[in-house]
Design a protein around this ligand. Structure first.
Ligand SMILES: Cc1cc2nc3c(=O)[nH]c(=O)nc-3n(C[C@H](O)[C@H](O)[C@H](O)COP(=O)(O)OP(=O)(O)OC[C@H]3O[C@@H](n4cnc5c(N)ncnc54)[C@H](O)[C@@H]3O)c2cc1C
Ligand code: SF4
Length: 492
């Protein structure tokens, strides 16, 4: 423990965000991080409570509680407090090879399970401590290519370069296997690159990491659509093992009249078009789907809905309405959702903060869905009929469903973004390898091994849409299974 009385002496302090209206002017990250010395003080708030729920990563109350990577949080908090940044980096990298991603986009399951949070009401700033460690590591030149000292002679193809693919590639390469990553996009990163917007994760952060991985010997082949432009059978014959990490990007659609209106599109297609145009040409190519001058309807909440709100505001939308199907969550934990469970409470994310600053209102309306999209004479979206819903318990299953109330209103809009979740992976890659799917549309596997001899799978493709931190954990565990298969034992 760094400082025994730290949690009593110091208040929680986090990075400051740029003023909401000012940050709408661009797509840059908008946090000003604490100076390193201040972060040391924050690390002193860690109580080293003895039972670190923060790093447990276990299922409590049907949801994960604590860090799924089992990051050694109290250990590196103490090292930060003592100013031993290089040692802290080593302890962090022991469990998390990509802290620059998690420290920017992770919802911080660790902080929700922090004992100091339970005792004092304000958890240790674990995520920002993690950020300070890794960025100090880069700034000091401690994070650099370290190729494996020897090679095993075995080869692995990783299909998909999202966080799961990067994670599995990283571990297998460090073990000495020759790793080739196949990616259908022209930039690696998966949803880190083309889902999560630049203001949340600057894309240079991904490029910086991929360069190191390339220098360590991993080959990235981009523009390769396996199962379409690349033959799956050739890969299974050529490589000793193949790992499918293609994500779960099949979007849930809305089967309502007017769905074919011009101006109704899936959220990830919208977000991808914006980031691609930003990176390709600073928007001069005109290829981004634009919300400029439009009233925008976002259907669905979560990270995706919020990212659509932040993006539309930056593009200059004239109004924003966000439909949430479920009832508004409580402001505080209920008795049935105690610490250290993940708190199922109402959150205000950056998109809503910015909407309040821009339009003076939270864009969310709860218990609603679209009943119909309205088109003008030329087939373009000009409005949506929104219907209110109410919860109703199904006596047969005991589940609560949201059912229409019949009460509606019309919202004039010219762009509608469907962020209603995902229904599993795109079938064609799994089909190309002969890998079966579960009823939820995910790849079937036992311990990450599919029913095909040398084919493995992990990440969202296996577990369904989840979080970056879970994709990294799946990549780590899957790499150990692949290593075991290739070598007959594993030390991963
Ligand atoms: C808009 C949005 C915002 C999100 N925000 C957050 C957040 O803030 N925090 C968080 O923790 N999580 C967030 N998530 C979830 C998180 O991004 C995913 O859980 C995570 O990226 C899954 O990683 P993955 O590697 O399994 O799949 P993906 O990231 O989806 O990567 C799959 C990769 O496989 C490639 N691929 C697919 N098929 C083929 C093929 N046949 N051949 C070659 N390549 C192929 C794809 O192009 C892609 O690059 C968000 C998700 C979305 C949609
Ligand atoms: S990866 Fe996420 S849950 Fe784990 S320590 Fe970092 S912020 Fe917390």
């Amino acid at each position: 423990m760094g400082k025994t009385t730290g949690f009593m002496e110091y208040q929680r302090k986090t990075s400051t965000d740029a003023e909401p209206l000012a940050r709408l002017a661009n797509f840059n990250e908008f946090h000003t991080w604490l100076p390193r010395e201040e972060q040391q003080t924050q690390a002193a708030r860690c109580m080293d409570c003895g039972v670190p729920f923060c790093q447990a990563g276990m299922m409590i109350g049907g949801a994960a509680s604590g860090c799924p990577l089992n990051n050694l949080i109290p250990e590196w908090n103490e090292l930060i407090y003592r100013g031993k940044w290089e040692l802290a980096l080593r302890r962090l990298l022991a469990t998390n090879r990509f802290p620059e991603f998690t420290s920017r986009v992770c919802p911080a399951l660790c902080e929700a399970a922090c004992t100091c949070g339970d005792v004092t009401g304000s958890p240790v700033t674990v995520r920002e401590n993690e950020h300070a460690i890794i960025e100090t590591g880069y700034a000091k030149g401690w994070v650099k290519a370290a190729p494996p000292p020897s090679r095993t002679g075995k080869s692995v193809a990783v299909i998909g370069s999202g966080p799961a693919g990067l994670s599995v590639a990283e571990y297998l390469n460090k073990r000495g296997h020759a790793v080739t990553v196949y990616e259908r996009e022209y930039r690696p990163g998966g949803l880190l690159m083309y889902g999560i917007p630049n203001m949340k994760l600057d894309k240079s952060v991904i490029e910086r990491r991929v360069k190191i991985m390339q220098a360590e010997g991993i080959e990235f082949l981009t523009g390769m659509d396996v199962g379409k432009t690349v033959d799956a059978a050739e890969l299974t014959a050529h490589y000793d093992a193949v790992v499918l990490c293609c994500g779960a990007k099949k979007p849930r659609d809305l089967a309502v009249p007017g769905r074919d209106a011009e101006g109704v599109c899936f959220a990830v297609d919208y977000l991808t078009s914006v980031t691609r145009s930003l990176l390709d040409s600073e928007f001069t190519d005109g290829k981004a789907i634009s919300a400029a001058g439009k009233n925008v309807l976002v259907i669905g909440g979560g990270d995706t809905g919020n990212d659509c709100q932040g993006t539309a505001l930056r593009q200059g939308c004239t109004d924003l309405l966000a439909l949430e199907m479920m009832p508004e969550p409580p402001a505080e934990r209920t008795a049935s959702n105690p610490w250290p469970e993940w708190p199922r409470v109402r959150k205000v994310d950056y998109g809503q903060v910015e909407c309040m600053a821009r339009f003076g209102k939270d864009p969310r309306v709860y218990q609603t869905t679209v009943k119909e999209f309205l088109k003008d004479g030329e087939g373009r979206l000009c409005g949506a009929v929104v219907e209110y819903l109410r919860p109703e318990r199904d006596p047969d299953t005991g589940r609560t469903n949201m059912v229409p109330t019949g009460e509606t209103f019309t919202y004039d809009c010219q762009l509608a973004l469907i962020a209603a979740g995902f229904v599993g992976c795109e079938n064609y890659t799994a089909d190309a390898f002969g890998v079966g799917l579960t009823p939820r549309g995910c790849t079937q596997a036992h311990d990450y091994h599919t029913s095909i001899d040398n084919v493995f799978t992990c990440g969202d493709m296996r577990r369904g849409q989840s979080l970056v931190v879970w994709a990294l954990r799946e990549g780590r565990d899957c790499a150990a299974q692949v290593d075991q298969y290739l070598m007959g034992y594993t030390n991963l």
